[in-house]
Design a binder for this molecule. Structure first.
Ligand SMILES: [Ca+2]
Ligand SMILES: [Ca+2]
Length: 374
């Protein structure tokens, strides 16, 4: 009944809209109601071109004054030169939807002088540069937003400390040099990025308070996502990377990730971590050795993860951890837990088929902290 009323309302609204549209088109000689919009003034930003940002022997374009800059077309690199070299602090470069395309022997697509700060690069692509696509490793405090980087010889997108890297994609970078797709030097937030087929790790997320959130990394030559100590990795997916899918230092949180089909561990973490709610399937893929979750230090809490397949399921090398409410199945060795950890593993009991309103049997323990093999 409600659905029918809803449809009737939509038809009624459509009829009204069509009538209104008819009135507007019939009266097109009548000026629209309301104040007249102001005529657009001169572009307050600065176009990147030979007149405004002339280059020199080391760069096609050089930005020498703070300000907001934009491209007006694609840029083709030159051998021995940066594409755009940023010299002062407080510069925004809007690629304006255009591409910066390097050539053999070119340097970085976009680079900044050491020590500059407050640098923003956004909205376009950087490909095939002889070094990195965007290299802001020596800048501090900035943002790289909506930039895609492919087939650069070194790193796709590289930031300095205190950067936000968001909605970026990096593919096929550093293949010959073994370098990362996206890489933060120091503290960073990296969110909603993807890294595929880079020579080194997909995402090198920095350290000491960095966040990698909502990112995806597959088929990279080293780790999918790697961070140093005291970072947060959440809601990420890593697949088919040639080392660990997710690799974290000490004191990290790793939550809600899926890491599967990697050559080594699904998740490897040092001590003092919280590892919760992750899914790790079929890691240690192929001849290489790996575990679903591998913890190499003490003082971690490992809870509520599901691990399946792999050479080892849950692999904890040292004492002093608490391992609770996980489930592991189908690994060559499901549990490999060093002595001196808080851990109860119960081989779960299979229920018969269940149909209707009740059935099954106790899984094998009422201990609320038990881990299960199944
Ligand atoms: Ca293996
Ligand atoms: Ca071990």
């Amino acid at each position: 009944m409600n659905q029918r009323l809803g449809r009737r309302s939509i038809v009624f609204a459509w009829t009204l809209w069509v009538s209104a549209a008819g009135v507007v088109s019939a009266g097109e000689l009548t000026p629209p109601a309301g104040p007249v919009a102001p005529t657009p003034g001169p572009e307050p930003r600065i176009a990147i071109n030979e007149a405004n940002t002339p280059g020199h022997s080391g760069a096609t374009f050089v930005i020498t004054q703070p300000g907001s800059y934009f491209l007006t077309g694609n840029v083709t690199g030159e051998s021995g030169k940066y594409g755009i070299l940023i010299q002062p602090s407080r510069v925004t470069v809007d690629l304006n939807g255009f591409a910066m395309i390097g050539v053999t022997g070119s340097l970085d697509g976009i680079a900044a002088f050491p020590g500059v700060k407050d640098i923003v690069v956004r909205n376009g692509s950087v490909a095939s540069w002889g070094r990195s696509g965007v290299d802001l490793a020596n800048a501090v405090n900035g943002a790289v937003e909506g930039v895609v980087a492919s087939d650069n010889e070194q790193i796709g997108l590289r930031s300095g400390s205190n950067f936000i890297i968001s909605r970026c994609a990096a593919s096929g970078n550093g293949v010959a040099t073994g370098q990362n797709g996206i890489h933060a030097n120091g503290h960073a937030v990296i969110e909603h990025c993807t890294a595929v087929g880079n020579g080194g790790s997909g995402i090198g997320g920095g350290s000491l308070g960095s966040v990698v959130w909502g990112c995806a990394a597959r088929d990279n030559g080293a780790f999918g996502v790697t961070v140093g100590d005291r970072c947060l990795i959440a809601d990420c997916a890593a697949f088919s990377n040639e080392n660990d899918g997710i690799h974290a230092g000490g004191g990290c949180t790793i939550n809600g990730c899926t890491s599967s089909g990697n050559s080594r561990d699904g998740i490897e973490a040092a001590g003092s971590c919280l590892i919760t709610g992750n899914v790790c399937a079929a890691n240690g893929a192929g001849a290489v050795d790996g575990a679903g979750i591998h913890v190499t230090g003490p003082d971690s809490r490992i809870e509520g993860n599901n691990v399946s397949g792999g050479d080892r399921g849950m692999d904890v090398d040292v004492s002093g951890n608490i391992i609770i409410r996980n489930s592991v199945s189908g690994a060559t060795t499901n549990w490999d837990i060093a002595t001196g950890n808080k851990c109860l593993v119960v081989n779960g009991v299979n229920a018969g088929a269940i149909s209707g309103t009740s059935g099954g049997v106790s899984i094998g323990s009422t201990d609320p902290w038990a881990n299960f093999t199944y």
